[in-house]
Design a protein around this ligand. Sequence first.
Ligand SMILES: *Cc1c(COP(=O)(O)O)cnc(C)c1O
Length: 492
Amino acid sequence: MRVWREHLDPPDSPPTERTLDPEDWGSLRRLGHQMVDDMMTYLEQVDARPVWQKTPDSTKELAQRPLPRTGKPAEAIYRDFVDHILPYTKGNIHPSFFSWVQGTGTALGALADFLAAGMNPNVAIGDHAAMYIDAQVIRWCKSMFDFPDEAGGILVSGGSVANITALTVARNAADQRVREHGVRALVGPLVFYASTETHSCQQKAAEVLGLGKRGLRLVPVDKDYRMDVRALLDMISEDRQAGNIPFCIVGNAGTVNTGAIDPLDDLLEIARKEKLWFHVDGAFGALAYLTPEYRPLLRAISQADSLAFDLHKWMYIPYEVGVTLVRDKTLHRAAFELQPQYLINHERGLAAGPDPITNYGLELSRGFKALKVWMSFQEHGLDLYTQLISQNIDQARYLAERIKKEPRLELIADVPLNIVCFRFNPGAVSETKLNEINKNILMDLHTSGVAAPSYTMLQGQYAIRVCIVNHRTQKLHLDTMVDKILELSQNY
Ligand SMILES: *Cc1c(COP(=O)(O)O)cnc(C)c1O
């Protein structure tokens, strides 16, 4: 390579053709080493910093700078990153971060993303290593949930897209004419069922699939936020009588509000009897299937027609990576298969190789997100992941016990998994006032930088919501949070 360049560019005439490669590899290499050093220190010392701090004006000003016409040294850009971006992060890598359902990532996972970006393969088609590693990761994911080896699957950006991908297959399986003629070709309006506690991505799926918000039937839940099976049966039969076409039941393995697990065995049985597709949204909760304690409760997952889950939540892989598994690979492929002349596999050469991944999902160009999964799974082994998931569940139970012991705190939902919903309630305060006070306590807690739970509303009650998908959390972090909440509550 070098010889070729020297031949074309005699040293006395500077090159006229430009490239984005560094002029001085040595200085970029030094900067790269510095970045690795800085980031390892940053991760090592994560617990010493506040979990969150307010984004300062200087950062917002930086974010207003116009698009530059000319370049500047990488060192100066990195300095801006260190000064104005890195310190004002979301906090989800911190051991006291418990908001929404957000994973922590790992150090090797971050390095793997660097390696993947350096290789920068487009993992859509062709005969190259990343295609095989991507397929291997999918195979590993199938084995985690006892899906058959011949099932279909794809790595996607996250749970939302994983659910939409699965529901696309389910919709098309209901009537294969959809691809040719669209939803207007259907003999009647397709409808599918999920509980009122179901994640909002199911509604997005209903809308983008052309079924409309009303295509998603929200089934009531019982007092533990699990789908009411009797209500489901009634709704299916009412829909049939009204000329609607039920095609799918979505079961929740872990709802986002409280971690509720729908009666999945019942839903599976109903789906089989009613000849409906059984899909499980197990974005985070499906991973509890790995633990001996939860496997019996979640065993219907292994029988589902499709499963959506995230690796960037409860498998602690850096963003982004989610997974769709589809039991019947033929149906999976039939929903997305499309190979124009320029994407046909050849017998040999670069264009040979496995079935293009674009035949199994919406995307064509895809990055090498499989590498961080492949490296992480090998670094720790499945047993340690299983142990960490159990540890997080155990920590949630520990927190619930602590809250029960505190006279001024009130647990406001059961703790079936890794989510704890509670509030400050000293008694003799109206519900409206309690909601206001608890919201203020939460905002004060975030501002203090001590811990970052999130919030939800449960039957009109504002809940402080702790979700633990965090391999760095220890029980002491939960105790520190409770202590701080009690301290802050004295202001109200
Ligand atoms: C997080 C979540 C989703 C959406 O997944 P993303 O990775 O955020 O797109 C869907 N369902 C449930 C139950 C979730 O917790």
